[in-house]
Design a protein around this ligand. Structure first.
Ligand code: AR6
Length: 173
C-alpha cells in the first residue's frame, strides 16, 4: 500500500472515502468533524441519526468506525471513527491504532481504494502530534487491506512536518 502525505483540508479531497475524527454521539462537533458536516451538508447527519437509532443507540464506541454518505463532498463516503481522548495517566494507544485498523476494514467493506485520514485525536482530544503520527503511520503500514493508497491530510505545516519526519523514520527502520 502506498502512504502519501499532503498538507491541506480533508473536505477537499477527491478520494473514495475520507475518515472523520468524530465523537461517539455521531452528531457532529468542532475540528475536522465540524468541517465535514458543514461542507458535506445535512445528508451526513441524517445517516448518522439513522445509525444512532439502529446500530449505535449508546453511541459509536471509541476505536470503532462506521460509514455514511459524503453528501456534497467530493469523496464518496465518510468513515466516522472515534479517537480516544489523550491521557498521560493511561496508555490508550491501542484504541487510537484501532481507529485506523477499523477504518480500513470499513473501507474494504465499501470497496474503497483511496482513503484520506486526518490526524485522529491530535486536535481537541489532545494527543501529541509525534506520537499520534507514529501510531497512525505504523498501524496503516502494517494493516492487511485492499486499500491501495492511504493519504494523510495534515492541517497546517507543523502536522505535515511531524508526519513526514515520522514516516522517514519508519521507512528507515
Ligand atoms: N482537514 C484536515 N485536518 C483537519 C481539519 C480539516 N478540515 N480540521 C482540523 N483538522 P480534531 P480530535 C486537524 O480536533 O482531536 C470534534 O469536536 C486538526 O488540526 O478535529 O480527534 C469531534 O466531534 C488536528 O490535527 O479531532 C470530537 O468531539 C486533527 O485534524 C473531537 O473534536 C484532529 O483534530 C475529536 O477530537
Amino acid at each position: 500500500m502506498e502512504i502519501t502525505l499532503v498538507q491541506g483540508d480533508i473536505t477537499e479531497q477527491r478520494v473514495d472515502a475520507i475518515v472523520n475524527a468524530a465523537n461517539s454521539s455521531l452528531m457532529g462537533g468542532g475540528g475536522v468533524d465540524g468541517a465535514i458536516h458543514r461542507r458535506g451538508g445535512p445528508e451526513i447527519l441524517k445517516e448518522c441519526r439513522a445509525l444512532r437509532a439502529s446500530r449505535y443507540g449508546g453511541g459509536l464506541p471509541t476505536g470503532q468506525a462506521v460509514a455514511t454518505t459524503a453528501g456534497l463532498l467530493p469523496a464518496r463516503w465518510v468513515i466516522h471513527t472515534v479517537g480516544p481522548v489523550y491521557a498521560e495517566s493511561q496508555d490508550r494507544s491501542a484504541l487510537l491504532a484501532s481507529c485506523y485498523a477499523e477504518s480500513l476494514k470499513v473501507a474494504d467493506e465499501l470497496g474503497a481504494r483511496v482513503v484520506a485520514f486526518p490526524a485522529v485525536s491530535a486536535g481537541i482530544y489532545g494527543w501529541p502530534m509525534d506520537d499520534a503520527a507514529r501510531i497512525a503511520l505504523s498501524t496503516v503500514r502494517d494493516a492487511a487491506t485492499d486499500v491501495e493508497q492511504a493519504r494523510f491530510v495534515l492541517f497546517g505545516p507543523d502536522a505535515y512536518t511531524t508526519f513526514q519526519a515520522t514516516l522517514d523514520r519508519l521507512t528507515q527502520a
